[in-house]
Write a protein that binds this ligand. Structure first.
Ligand code: UT7
Length: 332
């Protein structure tokens, strides 16, 4: 049987920074409020002519280069995004495949909001274990600034842009393999986090309505409470299902939505500060890109080494959630 190994990581972070101070000139908020309630100090914003696919392709190139696997060997690209270049086609994954110079491969997007990266990791694992694909490029890429309402202080302080990518490959060596992935969803909470207009579920009677059609809306406090409860239950379950102690986790890499959510889950697992990967302060919430951007951060700062076990967890619109136990397994 083939197993799936997490070979490499890459990310792209746009250069423009939007600070809390700048946001407090745009809406009724303050650096103090944002820092205390979210842990976010700044977020990066893509240029107007920089698309989700541009960021995704840059992250993917880095992940490919670091994997040591020739790009001609990639047989599938999956992109997790809620801010695709185009609504609804072509998929951002197909645009990225062209930007990477890849043809005749499987390419598609999935929509699982902030849980997107855990979902695409599970899809890559399943295709590889079924023997259908050998080398899968997975990409979380978001230009959330394009779907953010900068007059809504409840959401605009949270989100940023960026991309992260990983190469997942077939291996015979079980020691290198992704151990387990949990994914879940509950559509009865769909209204907590949504872009209510712009799809077939909304009626447009004026062009004006369409202009702001894709802005995100969130019931923040309700989402917060469910996030803490669901994530805590999910990470405890995945550890116990696999007979792994929280002390065995070298890097806990949560979706970076809110420092208070991350701390609450970390406390429930009795994790030490040095086990918890935090990027929320500098990147804010980049939805499907946040986990691979955070993994890239520890990789580039020399903290991620071969064989070390990562616990990923995420929660987002849908509602969706997921967790994964992933050893970092670069090719020697
Ligand atoms: O990534 C996908 C999943 N997303 C999440 O998990 C996000 C979950 N939610 C959150 O992170 C938090 O709920 C927020 C950061 C969005 C909000 O924090 P909160 O502690 O839940 O605040 P709240 O919504 O309960 O609002 C408390 C107060 C309200 O004022 P009153 O009614 O007490 O007078 C809000 O109007 O804070 C006010 N408020 C703000 N004040 C200053 C809300 N947003 C702001 C703001 N600046 N930006």
């Amino acid at each position: 049987m083939a197993y799936a190994a997490f070979r490499s990581i890459g990310a792209y972070i746009p250069s423009k920074i939007l600070s809390n101070e700048e946001l407090s000139k745009m809406v009724d908020t303050s650096d103090e409020w944002i820092t205390k309630r979210t842990g976010i100090k700044e977020r990066h914003i893509a240029a107007s002519d920089e698309f989700t696919s541009d960021m995704g392709a840059k992250a993917a190139k880095l992940a490919l280069q670091r994997s040591g696997i020739d790009k001609s060997k990639i047989d599938m690209i999956i992109c997790a995004t809620i801010s695709p270049d185009y609504f609804c086609m072509p998929s951002t994954a197909t645009i990225i495949s062209t930007k990477l110079g890849l043809k005749n491969i499987t390419a598609f997007d999935i929509s699982a909001a902030c849980t997107g990266f855990v979902y695409i990791l599970s899809i890559a694992k399943a295709f590889i274990e079924a023997g259908m694909k050998k080398n899968v490029l997975i990409i979380g890429a978001e230009k959330l600034s394009a779907i953010t309402d900068y007059s809504d202080r409840g959401t605009c302080i949270l989100f940023g842009d960026g991309a992260g990518a990983a190469v997942i490959s077939a291996t015979d060596n079980k020691e290198e393999a992704i151990i387990d992935i949990h994914t879940g969803a509950d559509g009865s909470f769909a209204d907590l986090l949504m872009t209510p207009n712009g799809g077939s579920g909304s009626a447009h009677d004026s062009l004006e309505q369409e202009a702001s059609s894709c802005f995100m809306q969130m019931k923040g406090n309700e989402t917060f409470k469910i996030a803490v409860k669901t994530l805590t239950k999910d990470v405890i379950e995945i550890l116990s299902d696999n007979n792994i102690q929280s002390s065995d986790i070298k890097h806990f890499v949560p979706h970076q939505a809110n420092l208070r959510i991350i701390k609450a889950v970390g406390d429930a697992l009795k994790l030490k500060d040095e086990q918890i990967v935090l990027t929320v302060e500098k990147y804010g919430n980049t939805s499907g890109a946040s986990i691979p951007m955070a993994i890239n951060d520890i990789y580039e700062s020399g903290k991620l080494h071969a064989g070390e076990l990562m616990l990923l967890d995420a929660f987002g619109g849908g509602l969706t959630w997921g967790s994964a136990l992933v050893p970092f397994s670069p090719l020697k």
